[in-house]
Design a binder for this molecule. Sequence first.
Ligand SMILES: [Zn+2]
Length: 64
Amino acid sequence: MRNKAYWIRHSHILRRDEYECSACGETTEKPRKICPHCGSTMKGVQGDAGWVDEMETIDAWFDD
Ligand SMILES: [Zn+2]
């Protein structure tokens, strides 16, 4: 069974943004549709400005 979770964006000035899994706390430099650590299905990204709820945005970042 897969959990539903989301990425919490942490902005940094001197290095790249990090995205933290809301379910397991794993951090990654690039948001993915599924957390590589716990396997949760990610429904979006929550950043400083609120929700980024367009999964197409993640599709664009998910380029590998
Ligand atoms: Zn996770």
